[in-house]
Design a protein around this ligand. Structure first.
Ligand SMILES: Cc1cc2nc3c(=O)[nH]c(=O)nc-3n(C[C@H](O)[C@H](O)[C@H](O)COP(=O)(O)OP(=O)(O)OC[C@H]3O[C@@H](n4cnc5c(N)ncnc54)[C@H](O)[C@@H]3O)c2cc1C
Length: 539
């Protein structure tokens, strides 16, 4: 009989999403156990853009300083440069500020950051392990699990020893694209299984910048007669580069000789460098049919697999984690109703589809040009062609670089746990974000006194904001919350800009920072509202 451990929540997978989930649960004081089959080392960092919403979560977790202090060079221009090769013609360029110079936009207290996975995962790991109620176990693999009405029984294997049984009330699979959790539940994925078979090559070349005239930049996108065929990205800003051979929709293996020839073609000359790793991967456009079943939920790449064009993958997964975390906490702490956890799928799966679709559209835009031989023609005609192509391509690519709408504009307007007020939020546009406190939307940011953002009022409890509301209306809502054991903090805000943006005298914000309800007076039946937003009312 194997040894049995018990935990309220077993999380499988310590990628960024599992770590964020464990950290957020711990931050809420909820016990959980996170298991990870590897030792946590990252051999080929994938993500490097920490989106603005993720940075807002880092703000609440106290991690902004750690992200800003990561070794990624803050003086590296974040330009995207479109070229025929690094030493060849420059077709166009989107100039983007260095991390040091970039300012938060007016809509957020934070700005997006560049912090590659080999730097960001360790920050999340330190955060998660600093929480007293979180246990992290590396080199521990989920083998199988079964569930019944009361919980989940998982069999896990420690690299150093015997198998062990873990009994949990809930299991969350953050186990990535090859998710055993999803496979065991028999949940399929919908969409396109292979957009491209791409090969990433990390190479070391300390002197690369001196080999061409384009200067220091974050990313080069390389176009040839047949179209966009590769990219080179600065991994650490000094000596390591990620070369991506985009590939097509048929599997393709490259010999070492071919990889060398393609790197030289992309750089546009012969030079010395060292290949560190080669990682073939498949670009997908997939979303799971369901985000869980029974007492088992999934988050991150386990339920959505996106093209990296747009950098939405991890950021979408961390939003999943934040949505699921407060709901699990609410249920375990007793104030979450029987329908609360079902709202996770209802809220997050449509966002998975939205972001997967936008990422694939970015990919199609990036690979849309079919220049033909004129792109490499040294004549005046070739010059004119390159200029026109560069201008058109620069315009197309702005869709991918400026995506505040994707990161901040996601909303849960049809959620079973939000109370609609008859208003419509602004249109959901990828490149434009219009702040709105319409129920279901992210409660907007406004700077209050002393460097505090409205966002700093959200997180551990429900937050009731009052903009000149009557005391009796506030009391009706706080009393109803108290009767149902729902933790709620009231803050009176005397701030004209915030009042104009929130548009009602009372706005009730959920722990994840989305508006649950708003009105100028207390609702006629305050208990009904509280029961809806805590998932106790069957719709
Ligand atoms: C080239 C590239 C660039 C990208 N850039 C960005 C970007 O800039 N921004 C962005 O947001 N996203 C980006 N992404 C996507 C991002 O990397 C992923 O979305 C993100 O890593 C997913 O995190 P995750 O925690 O869900 O899964 P993973 O990172 O895949 O982690 C899953 C973990 O589960 C563990 N595991 C699996 N099975 C088991 C088991 N049975 N038992 C125990 N442990 C298990 C694995 O070892 C792994 O550590 C990029 C992707 C690529 C390919």
């Amino acid at each position: 009989m194997p040894h049995e451990t018990t935990t309220p929540i077993l999380i499988v997978g310590a990628g960024p999403v599992g770590l964020a989930l464990a950290g957020d649960l711990g931050w809420r004081g909820v016990d959980c156990l996170l298991i990870e089959e590897s030792d946590g080392s990252i051999y080929q960092p994938r993500m490097d853009l920490v989106g603005i919403r993720t940075m807002e979560f880092c703000r609440r977790w106290g991690l902004v300083g750690a992200v800003e202090a990561s070794p990624y060079p803050r003086d590296l221009p974040q330009d995207n440069v479109y070229v025929t090769s690094l030493a060849g013609w420059e077709l166009g360029r989107e100039r983007m500020a260095t991390l040091d110079a970039a300012k938060p936009p007016p809509e957020s207290p934070q700005r997006r950051e560049r912090c590659p996975q080999n730097m960001f995962d360790p920050i999340l790991r330190v955060f998660a392990s600093a929480q007293k109620s979180v246990t992290l176990r590396y080199r521990t693999r989920l083998i199988s699990f079964t569930q019944d009405a009361a919980g989940v029984t998982a069999e896990v294997e420690d690299a150093s020893g015997p198998r062990e049984r873990i009994r949990a009330q809930y299991l969350v699979g953050c186990d990535g694209g090859r998710s055993l959790v999803r496979e065991t539940l028999g949940i399929g994925m919908v969409g396109t299984a292979a957009l491209t078979y791409t090969t990433n090559v990390i190479f070391r070349c300390p002197g690369l910048v001196a080999l061409h005239d384009k200067g220091r930049a974050y990313r080069f996108i390389i176009l040839g007669p047949a179209g966009t065929w590769s990219t080179i990205v600065a991994i650490n800003g000094t000596d390591q580069w990620r070369f991506s051979i985009i590939g097509g929709n048929e599997p393709r293996e490259y010999s070492t000789g071919e990889i060398h020839a393609l790197i030289r073609r992309a750089v546009g000359r012969d030079f010395d460098y060292e290949i560190l790793t080669v990682m073939p991967w498949v670009r997908r456009e997939l979303v799971a049919e369901r985000y869980g079943e029974g007492r088992v939920y999934m988050a991150g790449d386990a339920v959505h697999m996106l093209s990296p064009t747009g950098a939405f993958g991890m950021n979408t997964g961390i939003q999943d984690a934040v949505d699921l975390s407060w709901k699990l906490a609410a249920v375990l702490q007793g104030f979450g109703g029987p329908h609360l956890l079902a709202s996770y799928d209802a809220e997050r799966r449509p966002i998975g589809h939205r972001n997967v679709r936008e990422a694939a559209a970015n990919f199609r835009r990036m690979t849309s040009p079919r220049p033909g031989p004129l792109i490499l023609d040294p004549s005046a005609e070739g010059d004119a062609f390159r200029q026109k192509l560069g201008a058109e391509f620069s315009e197309i690519m702005r869709h991918e670089w400026f995506t505040l709408g994707v990161h901040l504009g996601y909303r849960y307007v049809d959620s079973p746990i939000c109370w609609p007020d008859g208003t419509e939020p602004p249109p959901d546009e990828p490149n434009r974000y219009v702040p709105s406190a319409c129920p279901g939307c992210r409660a907007p940011h406004v700077w209050l006194a002393h460097g505090r953002s409205t966002l700093d009022l959200f997180g551990k409890t429900f937050a009731l904001l009052g903009f000149g509301a009557e005391a009796s209306d506030v009391d009706a809502l706080t009393a109803a919350a108290r009767r149902r054991g729902v933790p709620l903090t009231f803050t009176a805000i005397d701030h004209a800009e915030a009042a104009a943006l929130y548009r009602r005298k009372l706005v009730l914000v959920r722990p994840d920072g989305h508006v649950a309800w708003r009105g100028d007076r207390a609702p006629d039946d305050a208990l009904a509202v509280i029961d809806r937003i805590r998932g106790a009312a069957q719709l």
